[in-house]
Structures are given as structure tokens and as C-alpha cells.
Design a protein around this ligand. Structure first.
Ligand code: NAD
Length: 443
């Protein structure tokens, strides 16, 4: 099948590469010439495990190409997947300018039947706006061409995106057009050969499903974060509580980890956007508003612990930070809790020495110009001369560190762990103080 993917970011590039892997001929279009030039040279602009091989293999086989040429890209695919960004607007609603620009572009250049597939996360009713944008362009050109708009929200996780796309839990397709549904079935059939995981529903329900999924996951995190604050006060261990409740299949084990608050490009903006949609329709989503409030509060929990130990004025102090990306296995720094933590430490007068296995370059870009912030080349270098260590992202390489080395490098033997990576008794046995989330402090 001939497929065009509009937007070559985390979602678009993974979608394009994985669809090419199944024999489709895919053209990825992006408005960012730097990104497209990198991809044409075989370089991957983002960190996503396994993606480089899939991209390179399919580009070499002639099934995957990259362009900034809008007309050529629209001409190529019968299916036009839109995977452009939908960042939050000032009022929290999803900014649809990129989605609608992509839609207008398709309307401007199409010369035959197209299925326009909305993969970006967009509020309920967006498919109607996409349809209207395409129809307006066709009208302006004085042509009458058939097209369908379907919703196909993406559920992949950054850090495991290729695997998620290749082996989806489910694929949601919102469609009221029979021919478009048939084509979507054909596109996804190779990814579900053993079990049909395609859920076809009406367009609005599909759009809603994506927000509902992210809102539920964010709710679980905020719920546990809130309970972790109480656990600390009452002398309970949130990790024991997590295991205790997670064993109940009605609750399950996923997304129950207390930490420094959720970040990334999806949960914060999608929760805000759903709250905003609720307001637009006169439905106050109180639970989700609290989920967001609790998350904001949680981002300061680690710095609160630092200040409780070192005082509010951190002038003259230096802190090592391990982990900058919003989660492991990605270089994505969008809404990463590390950004809030670093700014709060710098604001209080401290210096920061930060280390991340892959997000360093991206962190340098988004945290540019901050006096007192330095980036270390390895975890140990970040510790040199630091008063204490803060762990912000649970990268695998932090899970079994050299505790003796940490103790020797730090001026004060204390770890503030925002991810509950270690057994407190083990850390204590190395003579380190250990303050984690929702567990009794070991000092
Ligand atoms: P991204 O910022 O990584 O990529 C978006 C790309 O679109 C950029 O490269 C940008 O240059 C390009 N673009 C913008 N306007 C364009 C246009 N008119 N024509 C062509 N290209 C254009 O974003 P992302 O993280 O891939 O997210 C894309 C969408 O998918 C969002 O709606 C997001 O909520 C959703 N989503 C993201 C994830 C994730 O984990 N990142 C998961 C599921 C869903």
C-alpha cells in the first residue's frame, strides 16, 4: 500500500518505519528541513530503541523515504497519516494549528481518493474540523474529490515505541466510512496475525478513547503520589502498599509507582486538554483537575526534602542529578520533572551537576543559559564535589550503583531518590543516608 505520514517525530517516524517494515511504501513528510536531511542521511533525530535499524533497513529497501515536498508527499499515499504535534494552547486546550495545516495541505494537493488518518492526539470533534478544512481547500480549487477522515489514536510508549507499534495491545479506529475501514484493517492486519485487536468504533469515541487512556494512567500515578505523602507521615512504606494493592487483578501492577510526578509530551497536556474539553461542555472533571494539581505539587517533593536537610538557602551547595529525560530509554525532555527540580535548586542558590545517558544534548538545548548548571559525562563525574545526589529518572544503569564510590565522592553521604530504586536497608548498610518517596527516611 502507498502511505504518507505527515510529521516525522516520535509518533510519525515510528509509524512510518513500522508500516514500511510490513511492505508498505511510505513517504514521511515534515516541515523541519533539518530533521528530513538527517533522516535522508540515515541519521535518527530522536532516541528510540531499535528505530534506527528499522528506518535504515526500509530506507535501503526503497520502501521508506523522507521529504519536505508537500505536493509530492500528498500525491504518494492513498492513506495520509497525520502525526504532527498537538501542544497545549495557553488555556490548556490542544492547539490544532499543525493538524489543520496538515489537513489543508492535503486538500490543496490531492488529486484522487484519500483516507486521512488522524494519529495525533486530538479532542473530540477534531475529525469534523479536519474534514471541513480539506473540503474548504477542495472547494477553493473548484474540484470535487472523495475522501474519508478516520481517527486512529496512537498508544505507543516512548522508549518502547517500535515494540508497541509492532505488537499493539489494541488498535483503535474511529470510522464511519466502509472503504476507509477496510483499508485500515488491511494496514494493521500484519500486526495482529494471531488475534484481531482492531477495535472499530465511531470517530468521536476513538478520539475520546485516547484521552481517557492517558487520563486513567495519569490518575493512577497521582493517586499513588498523593498516598506516598501520607505514607511518609504515618510511617508506612508506599512500596509495600503498591505491591499489596497491585496483586489484586482488579487493580493490577502497572502505573502504581510513586515518584517525582509524571512528565513527558502526553500526560500533562492530555489531562489539561480533557479538563478543558469538560469545561467547554459544562462538565467539571474534578478528579482530573485534582490529578493535575497533585502532579504539580509532586514535582517539588524532592527539593522539599533537600531543603529540609540543607535549609532553604542552598547557596554554596552543589547537587548531582542522575537522570534528566522524563523517563528512561528516551531523550524526550518535554515537561520532564528534572527541569522543575533543576530550576528550583538553582533558584535557591545551588549549583547542579547533571548526568543522563542519552538526554544530555536535548537537556542542554532546553535548559540553555542557566548559570550554575553543568553537564557531566558519566554518573561518577556528576558526583565529584557534590553535597548530595538526587535521582530523578530510573535509567537501568542507576539500579545497582557503586555505593562505596558514591559515598566517597559526596561531601555528605546522602541520596535523595525520586524513583525508589533501592532497598533502604542496603543503602544504609553502606553508611549513606537515604531519602526516597513514601518510605521512612534512613538517616
Ligand atoms: P513531535 O513533536 O515529536 O513530532 C511532530 C512533528 O510534526 C515534528 O517533527 C514537526 O516538525 C512536524 N510537523 C508539524 N507541522 C507539520 C506539518 N504541517 N506538516 C508536516 N510536518 C509537520 O510529536 P510526537 O511526540 O510525535 O507527537 C505527535 C502527536 O502524537 C501528538 O498529538 C501527541 O500527543 C501524540 N502522541 C504522542 C506520543 C508520544 O509518546 N510522543 C504517544 C502517543 C500519541
Amino acid at each position: 500500500m502507498k502511505i504518507t505520514v505527515v510529521g516525522a517525530g516520535y509518533v510519525g517516524l515510528v509509524t512510518g518505519a513500522c508500516l514500511a517494515e510490513m511492505g508498505n511504501h511510505v513517504v514521511c513528510l515534515d516541515v523541519d528541513p533539518r530533521k528530513i536531511e538527517m533522516l535522508q542521511r540515515g541519521e535518527i533525530p530522536i532516541h528510540e530503541p531499535g528505530l534506527d535499524k528499522v528506518v535504515q533497513r526500509n530506507a535501503a529497501a526503497g520502501r521508506l523515504s523522507f521529504t519536505t515536498d508537500m505536493q509530492a508527499a500528498v500525491a504518494h499515499g492513498t492513506l495520509q497519516f497525520i502525526g504532527v504535534g498537538t501542544p497545549p494552547d495557553e488555556d490548556g486546550s490542544a492547539d490544532l494549528q499543525y493538524v489543520l495545516a496538515a489537513a489543508r495541505n492535503i486538500g490543496r494537493h490531492m488529486t484522487d481518493y484519500k483516507v486521512i488518518v488522524d494519529k495525533s492526539t486530538v479532542p473530540v470533534g477534531t475529525a469534523d474540523k479536519v474534514r471541513a478544512a480539506v473540503a474548504d481547500e477542495l472547494k477553493a480549487r473548484g474540484v470535487d474529490l472523495a475522501f474519508a477522515v478516520v481517527s486512529n489514536p496512537e498508544f505507543l510508549k516512548e522508549g518502547a515505541a517500535v515494540d508497541d507499534f509492532m505488537r499493539p495491545d489494541r488498535v483503535v479506529v474511529g470510522s464511519d466510512d466502509e472503504r476507509a475501514t477496510l483499508l485500515m484493517r488491511a494496514v494493521y492486519a500484519p500486526f495482529m496475525r494471531n488475534k484481531d485487536k482492531l477495535q472499530v468504533m465511531d470517530v468521536r469515541s476513538a478520539e475520546f478513547t485516547k484521552y481517557a487512556a492517558n487520563a486513567m494512567l495519569a490518575t493512577r500515578i497521582s493517586f499513588m503520589n498523593e498516598l506516598s505523602r501520607l505514607a511518609e507521615r504515618v510511617g508506612a512504606d508506599i512500596e509495600a502498599v503498591r505491591r499489596g494493592i497491585g496483586a489484586d487483578p482488579r487493580i493490577g501492577t502497572h502505573f502504581l509507582y510513586a515518584g517525582t510526578g509524571y512528565g513527558g509530551s502526553c500526560f500533562p497536556k492530555d489531562v489539561k486538554a480533557l479538563v478543558r474539553t469538560g469545561r467547554e461542555y459544562g462538565v467539571e472533571l474534578q478528579v482530573l483537575q485534582s490529578v493535575e494539581d497533585a502532579n504539580e505539587r509532586q514535582k517539588s517533593v524532592l527539593v522539599d526534602k533537600v531543603k529540609a536537610r540543607f535549609g532553604d538557602d542552598l547557596t554554596g551547595r552543589t547537587f548531582a542529578i542522575w537522570g534528566l529525560a522524563f523517563k528512561p530509554n528516551t531523550d524526550d525532555m518535554r515537561e520532564a520533572p528534572s527541569r522543575v527540580i533543576i530550576d528550583a535548586l538553582l533558584e535557591a542558590g545551588a549549583k547542579v551537576q547533571a548526568y543522563d545517558p542519552v538526554a544530555r544534548e536535548e537537556a542542554q538545548r532546553v535548559l540553555t543559559g542557566r548559570a550554575g548548571l553543568a553537564f557531566a559525562a558519566d554518573p561518577h563525574a556528576a558526583l565529584e564535589g557534590a553535597d548530595a545526589l538526587l535521582i530523578v529518572t530510573e535509567w537501568g544503569e542507576f539500579r545497582n550503583p557503586d555505593f562505596d564510590g558514591i559515598k566517597a565522592a559526596l561531601k555528605q553521604p546522602v541520596i535523595f531518590d525520586g524513583r525508589n530504586l533501592y532497598d533502604p536497608a542496603l543503602v544504609a548498610s553502606f553508611g549513606l543516608d537515604y531519602l526516597s518517596i513514601g518510605r521512612p527516611a534512613v538517616t
